[in-house]
Write a protein that binds this ligand. Structure first.
Ligand code: E4P
Length: 226
């Protein structure tokens, strides 16, 4: 399983990259707005992220028609070789994905909440599909079960004839809210989890690690004073 960092914050990205912990980054309009991002600086900001991370960096198109999404996507793809264009799961998004894949541009199909949506995304040529866990839980549904179903359904088929360079589509478990979400996603075989920095930090921690470290330090003090 690989981890992407779900943020537009350069400090968080630099820190997580220094841990050797992340294989990519996902951003969205909310995450960019959260760091005070300006429209005029958007492409430069994505470039800065691409310079830090040696892996796919998802940048979202906010266009609503296929032609605009394709135009947007082609411009985003010009920023750096590792840009992945994030496209919402909707009819215009599917059509744009098909077109972008033809141009060799990898797409991360986002806001995916069902097996049919995921299979359609894969068929259209998406390189990544992002089912959301937390937002599904928020409406009293089972986000983890939905991701498990999507992983099973996608792994039942070979979509390599539709994707850029014949690569197998990968599932990015998104809207991850806890380390337990990550555990469950790893057990069900999700290819990637994109996690906020706060969740990444919690993933490193365990109370028994802290307790063990504390007793080792105390015992080492005894050794030093012996
Ligand atoms: C995924 O690519 C999205 O950016 C993200 O995971 C959404 O998470 P949220 O539901 O916590 O906003």
């Amino acid at each position: 399983m690989k981890f992407f960092l779900d943020t537009a914050d350069l400090n968080e990205i630099e820190e997580a990259a220094s841990w050797g912990a992340i294989a990519g980054v996902t951003t969205n309009p909310t995450l960019y707005s959260r760091i005070g991002g300006k429209l005029s600086d958007f492409h430069n900001h994505i470039k800065r992220i691409c310079d830090i991370v040696d892996g796919p960096v998802s940048a979202e198109s906010v266009a609503m028609t296929r032609d605009e999404i394709v135009r947007d996507g082609l411009q985003l793809a010009e920023i750096a070789d590792n840009v992945v264009v994030k496209v919402p799961t909707m009819v215009e998004g599917l059509a744009a994905t098909k077109e972008l894949a033809k141009h060799g541009v990898p797409v991360n199909m986002t806001l995916c909440f069902s097996v049919p949506q995921a299979v359609l995304a894969a068929r259209a040529g998406a390189r990544y599909i992002s089912p959301f866990i937390g937002r599904f839980d928020d409406i009293s549904e089972d986000g983890l079960e939905q991701v498990a179903n999507i992983v099973t359904a996608i792994n039942n088929y070979d979509f390599t004839s539709s994707t850029v360079n014949g690569e197998q589509v990968e599932i990015i478990a998104a809207s991850v809210r806890s380390a337990n979400h990550v555990t469950q996603c790893a057990l069900m075989g999700a290819d990637i989890a994109t996690v906020p920095f706060g969740v990444l930090k919690k993933m490193v921690q365990h109370p028994l690690t802290d307790r063990g470290l504390d007793s080792f330090m105390k015992d080492w003090e005894k050794v030093q004073n012996a």
